[in-house]
Design a protein around this ligand. Structure first.
Ligand SMILES: Nc1nc2c(ncn2[C@@H]2O[C@H](COP(=O)(O)OP(=O)(O)OP(=O)(O)O)[C@@H](O)[C@H]2O)c(=O)[nH]1
Ligand SMILES: [Mg+2]
Length: 251
C-alpha cells in the first residue's frame, strides 16, 4: 500500500514569527489547511487522516505523481506563506509504508518536483490499483447513552483512553489508528485477520467496560475502503435495530 505524509515545512519557526498572541490564529489556519488538504485529496479518491494537526497521512494508492505535484502546487497557491512537502512510502503493511516514507524524507530522496520524497515507485503511479486497502471504522456503541451519565470532559477522557489502547494494540499488528472525532476511529489495516481485530476490541472492552463496534471495508482507493468500512458499521446498527447483536462486520 502507499501512504503520502504531508508536512508543513519549517512550521515551528514560522509560528514564532506570529508573536505570543498566536494560538487562535494557528488553530484557524490549521483548520483551513486540513479542509483544503482533505478536499484536494478527496477529489482524487484518496482519504486523509490528520496527524497532530501539522501533518497529514493520505492513502494514495493509484494516484499519479503528477496529481501529487498538482496538489502541492495548489497548496502553495493557497498558502504562499508556507511550504508543503510530501513523503511517499510503500510497503506490505501501513506501518511499513509509514517507515518507508520516513526513510525517504530522512535520506532526501526526491522523486519529483522539489519537496516530494520517495523510494522506487512503480512508474508514475503511487500504487497499484489491484492492491486492496483495508480500513476499519470503529465506534463506541451507544455513546449517546453514556453522554447522559458522564460530563463532556469525562467522555473525552474515556475516548482518549480507548484511542491510546487502539494505537498500541493495532501498532503491534502493523496497523495505524486515527481519531476522527466524536466516538469514531479509523484503522488503516493490511491483512490483519478478523479474529485478531475481534480479540483486540474485546480486550479493550474488558478493560474499559465500553462496547465497540467495527465495520471492515476493502477498496482500491482510500476513499472507497473508508466508504465500505462505514457501510459495514452502519450494517451493524441496522442488524441491531432488527434485534441481532453483531459487533464486527466485514464487507
Ligand atoms: N467522524 C465521524 N463522526 C461521527 C460519525 N457518526 C457519528 N459521529 C460523531 O459521533 C458522535 C456519536 O454518534 P453515534 O456513534 O452515532 O452515537 P451512538 O449513541 O454511539 O450510536 P451507535 O454508534 O449507533 O451506538 C456524534 O455526535 C458525532 O459527533 C461518522 O461517521 N464519522
Ligand atoms: Mg457510536
Amino acid at each position: 500500500m502507499h501512504l503520502t505524509i504531508i508536512k508543513i515545512d519549517r512550521y515551528g519557526p514560522w509560528t514564532l514569527t506570529l508573536g505570543s498572541d498566536r494560538e487562535s490564529v494557528l488553530q484557524m489556519l490549521q483548520a483551513r489547511i486540513y479542509f483544503d488538504i482533505q478536499r484536494l485529496f478527496s477529489e482524487k479518491h484518496c482519504i486523509v487522516y490528520p496527524n497532530r494537526f501539522d501533518e497529514y497521512f493520505a492513502i494514495t494508492n493509484g494516484l499519479l505523481i503528477s496529481e501529487l505535484e498538482n496538489i502541492q502546487r495548489e497548496l502553495a497557491k493557497l498558502y504562499p506563506q508556507l511550504g508543503f512537502s510530501m513523503a511517499v512510502g510503500s510497503g506490505d503493511t501501513p506501518s511499513q509504508a509509514d517507515r518507508d516514507a520516513f526513510e525517504a524524507r530522512k535520506n532526501g530522496v526526491q522523486i519529483a518536483s522539489s519537496g516530494i520524497y520517495g523510494h522506487d515507485l512503480d512508474g508514475n503511479q503511487l500504487g497499484n490499483h489491484k492492491t486492496d486497502i483495508r480500513i476499519l471504522h470503529i465506534d463506541v456503541s451507544g455513546l449517546s447513552k453514556l453522554n447522559l451519565k458522564m460530563s463532556p470532559y469525562q467522555v473525552t477522557s474515556m475516548i482518549f483512553g480507548i484511542y491510546s489502547r487502539l494505537v498500541d494494540k493495532f501498532m503491534e499488528k502493523d496497523c495505524l489508528t486515527f481519531y476522527l472525532g466524536g466516538d469514531n476511529f479509523m484503522v488503516v489495516a493490511s491483512n490483519i485477520l478478523k479474529e485478531e481485530v475481534e480479540n483486540i476490541l474485546l480486550g479493550i472492552t474488558e478493560d474499559t467496560r465500553i462496547p465497540l463496534n467495527c465495520g471492515i471495508g476493502k477498496g482500491k482507493t482510500g476513499r472507497e475502503a473508508a466508504m465500505i468500512a462505514t457501510k459495514a458499521l452502519d450494517k451493524i446498527r441496522e442488524l441491531r435495530d432488527n434485534g441481532s447483536h453483531v459487533s464486527i462486520y466485514e464487507i
